[in-house]
Design a protein. Structure first.
Length: 425
C-alpha cells in the first residue's frame, strides 16, 4: 500500500498526495495517484465472485487472454483477463458467443486507472458442462489412438454401393443423392433411416451401422445430417457410436452439420466431410473429370510414344549411315582371306602330323616284326608243343612216344617222341 505523508506547516495548503479523497475540497484537492490508490485498496478487500455472462470479445496475446463478458439480460459488460497459467486449466474451446460462468476477482491498475477482473476459473453453462465432458472424452479417445491417421481406412476409388445413414426424407439425403448422381449417374445407394437427434439417435444409428457394415456389397458408409445447434448434435459424440465406427470394417464418412460443427464422430471416421454435399463429392468421382483425365493420359502416352519412336528411328538411321553398315563387303572380304589362311595353316599342320604319325607307325611295325616269333619261324626255326599247348624246351621233358605238335613258318605237323636224347648228342 502506498503511504502518503503530509509535509506542511501551519496555514499552508497541504500537497495533493497528503489529502485523502474523502477529505478533498476545491482548495485542497487530492491527487490522481492518491485517488487510484484508495480505489485499489478498497477493491482489494473484495472476495472472488462467480459471475454468469456471454463472451463478446476474446483476444489472445502472449499466451494470455483479454476478453469481455456481457450480461445475458442487458448491455452491461466487464473486462476480464485470463493469465496463461489459468488458461491451461479451463476448456480449450472457449470463444466468442459462449455462455459461461467464471470465478473473477476485481483488479484496479493504479498507473492507468483501468478496472478489470482476473479470472481464476471458467466453464460453460448448461450445454457447456456437456461440452466439457465431451472434451474429456475426446482426450481419452485420442490417447487410446482412435483418432490416429494410421488406423483410418482408404476409401474405394469408385464404390459399387454406398451405404447411407440419415433421417428419412431429410435434406441431407437429397443432397447426397443429387450430388453423387450428378458426378456418376450409375451410382447405387443402400439407405438406412435413423433418428438424427433425440433419444433414438444413437441406438438407431448403431443398428443401421451394423446392418450396412455386414452387407458385403456396401463399399463405404456415409453418416449424414444437416446443421443444427450443438445440443441436437450431441448424439454423434456418443461414446458407443464413436467406438462402433472405429471398429467397423467398412470405411465410414462423417458428414454431420456444417463446417463449424465438430462432433467426436468427425475425429474417428475414416473421412470427415464438412457437409453432406461435400461427402457426396469426396466419395464419388466425377465422370467428366475422369474422362478428361483419361483423354489427357492418352494424349501424353501418344506424345511419349511418338517421341520415343522418332528418337529410335533417328538412332537407327544414324547407325545405318556409318561406313561399316553402309558397305560391309570390305570387312567380309578381309575376314574371308583371313579365314582361308587359317584353314591352309591348319591343313598343313594336320598333314605334317599325319606324316609324322605314319613314319612312327612304320618304325613300330618293323620293331614289332623283329620281335615276333613268326619272324623266327620264317628263318627256319620250329616250335614243339606237348599236349595242352606246353612248349617243349628240354628233350627230357618228352617221354618216348609222347605226341608232339611241331609248328613251323607255314603250319604245323604232328609227331611222336623217340625217347630221351643221349647225353652229348
Amino acid at each position: 500500500m502506498t503511504v502518503f505523508e503530509a509535509a506542511t506547516g501551519p496555514g499552508e495548503t497541504p500537497p495533493a498526495d497528503a489529502v485523502a479523497p474523502r477529505d478533498s475540497t476545491p482548495a485542497a484537492p487530492t491527487s490522481v495517484a492518491r485517488l487510484n490508490a484508495t480505489i485499489r485498496d478498497f477493491i482489494a478487500r473484495w472476495n472472488t465472485v462467480w459471475v454468469e455472462g456471454e463472451i463478446t470479445a476474446w483476444n489472445v496475446r502472449a499466451g494470455n487472454v483479454f476478453a469481455r463478458l456481457k450480461d445475458t439480460q442487458s448491455d452491461a459488460q466487464i473486462s476480464i483477463r485470463i493469465w496463461s497459467s489459468v488458461r491451461a486449466r479451463i476448456p480449450a474451446d472457449l470463444g466468442v458467443g459462449d455462455h459461461v460462468v467464471a470465478a473473477v476477482k476485481a483488479d484496479y491498475f493504479v498507473k492507468s486507472g483501468d478496472f478489470s477482473f482476473a479470472v481464476s476459473a471458467m466453464k460453460h453453462v448448461g450445454l457447456g458442462d456437456q461440452l466439457e465432458r465431451l472434451e474429456k472424452l475426446r482426450q481419452q479417445l485420442r490417447r487410446e489412438g482412435l483418432f490416429d491417421s494410421a488406423r483410418k481406412k482408404r476409401l474405394p476409388f469408385l464404390p459399387h454401393v454406398i451405404g447411407l445413414i440419415t433421417g428419412e426424407r431429410s435434406d441431407a439425403e437429397k443432397d447426397v443423392h443429387r450430388n453423387a448422381e450428378l458426378r456418376w449417374p450409375q451410382v447405387r445407394f443402400r439407405t438406412e433411416y435413423a433418428a438424427v437427434q433425440g433419444d433414438r439417435c444413437v441406438p438407431d444409428t448403431l443398428a443401421a451401422l451394423r446392418r450396412l457394415d455386414a452387407d458385403p456389397e456396401v463399399d463405404v458408409i456415409i453418416i449424414a445430417r444437416g446443421g443444427g445447434d450443438p445440443q441436437t448434435l450431441l448424439g454423434f459424440s456418443d461414446e458407443r457410436l464413436v467406438r462402433a465406427v472405429s471398429a467397423a470394417t467398412t470405411p465410414v464418412v462423417s458428414a454431420i452439420g456444417h463446417e463449424n460443427d465438430h462432433p467426436l464422430l468427425d475425429d474417428v471416421a475414416d473421412l470427415r466431410a464438412s457437409t453432406p454435399t461435400d461427402a457426396a463429392k469426396r466419395v464419388v468421382p466425377d465422370v467428366g473429370e475422369q474422362r478428361a483425365l483419361i483423354a489427357q493420359l492418352r494424349s501424353r502416352s501418344t506424345s511419349r510414344l511418338t517421341q520415343r519412336l522418332t528418337h529410335d528411328i533417328a538412332q537407327l538411321e544414324q547407325l545405318r549411315s556409318r561406313p561399316v553398315l553402309r558397305s560391309p563387303d570390305p570387312i567380309i572380304d578381309s575376314r574371308a582371306q583371313e579365314l582361308w589362311l587359317t584353314q591352309a595353316r591348319g591343313r598343313d599342320a594336320l598333314t605334317r602330323r599325319l606324316d609324322d604319325a605314319g613314319r612312327r607307325t612304320g618304325e613300330l611295325r618293323a620293331a614289332l616284326r623283329a620281335l615276333s616269333p613268326a619272324a623266327t619261324l620264317a628263318r627256319g626255326y620250329a616250335i614243339a608243343h606237348l599236349d595242352g599247348g606246353v612248349i617243349l624246351r628240354d628233350a627230357a621233358d618228352a617221354p618216348r612216344g609222347a605226341a608232339l605238335t611241331i609248328t613251323v613258318d607255314r603250319g604245323s605237323v604232328a609227331a611222336r617222341s623217340e625217347g630221351e636224347i643221349e647225353e652229348g648228342s
